[in-house]
Design a binder for this molecule. Structure first.
Ligand SMILES: NC(=O)c1ccc[n+]([C@@H]2O[C@H](COP(=O)([O-])OP(=O)(O)OC[C@H]3O[C@@H](n4cnc5c(N)ncnc54)[C@H](OP(=O)(O)O)[C@@H]3O)[C@@H](O)[C@H]2O)c1
Length: 244
């Protein structure tokens, strides 16, 4: 569908889940991909999936000196995908510790913001930035006000940045519930029960696969008429209130 032959893409958070599926699809359409993450073992395993043409860079995106060193090492890029996962911030509003929400903002909002900002010295004028936000920004699910705040903050930057950074393009893809290692904090039987519940609630009758989201990300990278958009790729789950 798209030819991204020889375009250089950095996928931050590309060693797992949505980022890895995106890196794979980008490689298939000809891009030269570098994946970033903290865990070198995960990076090596992902490298084996992607093949010799892909590159890896180990860095912690929450650490400024590591971010800057990683960007300098990767050098000029045509596109940046930020698929870094977050952390805390979920739970009933009345009992949500503000410290949890601060930690959640540090892990997701500030890493996305900082990496996007610091990448500008390396990002091609005709290139793009794609943030990966989350369904919580647009759904009305009890227990997700904190996550909604974090992901809305990311999505809120998309339109102004699309105008401010032009001709570079800026978009976000907002996934629903997707079967990735992010959910491995749940015991396997609890995870299965949770996914079944989401699948039944979802208009499409299933949870997402990383490849579903990768297709939306590659679409906004490859379609040069797309900017200032948040694509909701969630099987319609945001339309049906669902307790997490
Ligand atoms: N899965 C879902 O249901 C779902 C739903 C809505 C939104 N999302 C969003 O989709 C994005 C991708 O999530 P996922 O499900 O694919 O998660 P995942 O499988 O856990 O992958 C997360 C990736 O981010 C990297 N990462 C996390 N923190 C990092 C840091 N500080 N520095 C560098 N790399 C870091 C991880 O590698 P290391 O751990 O080795 O660093 C890994 O490569 C996240 O923004 C998430 O919030 C996911």
């Amino acid at each position: 569908m798209f030819n991204l032959e020889n375009e250089k893409v950095l996928v931050a958070g590309g060693s797992s889940g949505i980022g890895l599926a995106t890196a794979k699809l980008l490689s298939e359409v000809g891009a030269i991909v570098t994946i970033g993450g903290r865990d070198e073992r995960k990076l090596e395993q992902a490298h084996q999936v992607l093949g010799a043409n892909a590159n890896t860079i180990s860095f912690d995106a929450s650490d400024q000196s590591q971010r800057l060193a990683a960007l300098a090492k990767v050098g000029s890029i045509d596109h940046l995908v930020i698929a870094l996962s977050g952390g805390k911030g979920a739970g009933p509003f009345e009992k949500l510790p503000p410290s949890d929400l601060r930690t959640g903002f540090e892990a997701k909002f500030w890493t996305h913001f900082s990496l996007a900002q610091e990448s500008l010295s390396y990002l091609n004028e005709n290139g793009s930035i794609t943030f990966v936000s989350a369904i919580s920004a647009r759904a009305a699910n009890p227990g997700t006000a904190g996550l909604a705040a974090i992901n809305s903050a990311i999505e809120g930057m998309v339109k102004p940045l699309a105008v401010e950074l032009r001709p570079r393009r800026v978009n976000a893809v907002s996934p629903g519930v997707v079967d990735t290692p992010w959910w491995n904090w749940l015991a396997s039987e609890v995870k299965e029960e949770t996914f079944n519940r989401f699948a039944q609630a979802s208009p499409v009758g299933r949870v997402g696969q990383p490849e579903d989201i990768a297709q939306a990300i590659v679409f906004v990278i490859g379609n040069t008429f797309m900017t200032g958009c948040v694509i909701e790729c969630d099987g319609g789950l945001r339309l049906v209130g669902q307790q997490l």
